[in-house]
Design a protein around this ligand. Structure first.
Ligand code: CA
Length: 413
């Protein structure tokens, strides 16, 4: 059921101040929002592709809007990246950022200097492929190990793979790079690698793998002997993580944690350690899911989206016994990529889910209570950027990288 929203006397006051700090442009945003009944409409104003699809529960799509009250600064601190995909902090506050073409950059904490790390295995960087996400070993300070995902070119095509190696002491190369996991079957395509990496609290790695987009590979999202369209959990050696839900079941690959995913480009742990995932749907139907071990998330026959041709998928099935409903979905698509739960120093944003959006060209802030979305805000819409990944900086600020090669810093004023 759609929440009915009475929108009267919405008074919005935006004050944009533009100033210069060094050579980076800072935009200061102060918002004062008053409404007669304290409610705002959902920020989406476009028609749905599938107006006849009913959400499974109230609050599953287009919840009421929220507006940040605190003032914050938005600045570009580096614009010399190429096509970045994943970003993490090094322990000293510098940034380690992947480049799709096959290397990583180290950017100083103030954004002013940049250097190159090379020596990674060859990637297939066509279309959505390349060197994609990165994660630091939880014990990085002692072992300097890093993990990354990439589209590995092999005979017959490519697949999402996970590599690991040691960052050399001069920070110019990766020593002894090894591939520890391959999300097979190999396919000759260039789309939907999924590819986020998140370390769990137990020191094992969650890896998301896409279903490779084509009609031919789509059924593999439901095939539990294939790695496509899955969230996987592996050890640092690439073995099935102890405690995985299907260990010992011969009908399932033991690395599988959940299945029935389309193109899961977002993975994040919340403050209690629950795993959340964001995946791009087809035309409409982009989803946020709360991932539970062993569950089926429905793709490719349960979705709130439709084919790009306009045809319904599986006769318009949006709910099915044995499959999990998304916590939230968007129609039309906003195509989110990297996500994170905010842990920084803007009190108002604490534990909100931040989603970098590509075609949607914004960062979405979702307020979540008891695992349900209760508020949505669109941030940085005026920047017209494809936000590929977002990071909770260890300095308490939010950072984001864009397909245009920029590093944004969003900080409390
Ligand atoms: Ca789903």
């Amino acid at each position: 059921m759609k929440t009915s929203i009475v929108n009267t006397s919405v008074l919005l006051t935006f004050l944009f101040l533009v100033s210069c700090t060094g050579n980076s442009k800072t935009t200061s945003i102060k918002n004062t929002t008053e409404t007669q009944n304290g409610r705002l409409p959902n920020p989406e104003t476009l028609n749905k592709n599938s107006p006849n699809f009913e959400p499974a529960f109230e609050g599953q799509t287009r919840v009421e809007g929220v507006k940040t009250k605190m003032a914050y600064n938005v600045e570009v601190i580096n614009s010399d990246l190429g096509k970045p995909w994943g970003i993490v902090n090094l322990p000293d506050g510098r940034f380690l950022i992947t480049e799709k073409s096959g290397f990583m950059s180290i950017v100083s904490a103030d954004g002013k200097t940049i250097s190159k790390v090379e020596g990674f295995p060859t990637v297939d960087s066509k279309a959505q492929g390349g060197l994609l996400d990165v994660a630091l070993d939880p014990d990085f300070k002692n072992n300097r190990m890093i993990y990354w995902t990439f589209s590995e070119p092999v005979s017959g095509g490519n697949h999402t793979a996970v590599g690991k190696g040691k960052l050399s002491s001069d920070e110019r190369t990766i020593e002894n790079p090894q591939v520890i996991f391959r999300a097979t079957p190999t396919y000759d395509g260039k789309l939907h690698y999924g590819s986020r990496l998140v370390f769990d609290k137990d020191g094992n790695l969650f890896v998301s793998a896409g279903e490779r987009s084509d009609i031919e590979t789509r059924p593999l999202a439901q095939n539990t002997m294939a790695y496509l369209g899955k969230v996987l959990k592996i050890t640092k050696e690439g073995k099935p993580a102890p405690g995985n839900p299907f260990i010992g079941n011969s009908k399932y690959k033991p690395e599988i944690y959940s299945y029935g995913h389309r193109n899961p480009q977002g993975l994040a742990l919340d403050e209690t350690g629950q795993l959340w995932e964001a995946e791009m749907g087809p035309k409409g139907g982009d989803e946020v899911n709360l991932i539970k071990p062993g569950k089926n998330y429905g793709w490719g026959d349960v979705t709130y989206g439709i084919e790009y041709s306009g045809k319904e998928i599986n006769a318009g099935t949006t709910q099915k016994a044995g499959t999990e409903q998304p916590v939230y979905y968007w129609d039309p698509s906003i195509s989110m990529s990297g996500i994170t739960f905010y842990t920084g120093n803007m009190e108002e944003w604490k534990n909100n889910l931040m989603l970098g959006c590509l075609s949607g060209e914004k960062i979405i802030r979702l307020v979540i209570k008891n695992n349900k979305v209760v508020g949505e805000e669109w941030l940085l819409e005026d920047k017209k950027e494809r936000f590929r990944d977002v990071l909770n900086g260890q300095d308490g600020n939010l950072y984001a990288i864009t397909d245009s090669g920029k590093l944004y810093k969003i900080s409390k004023e």
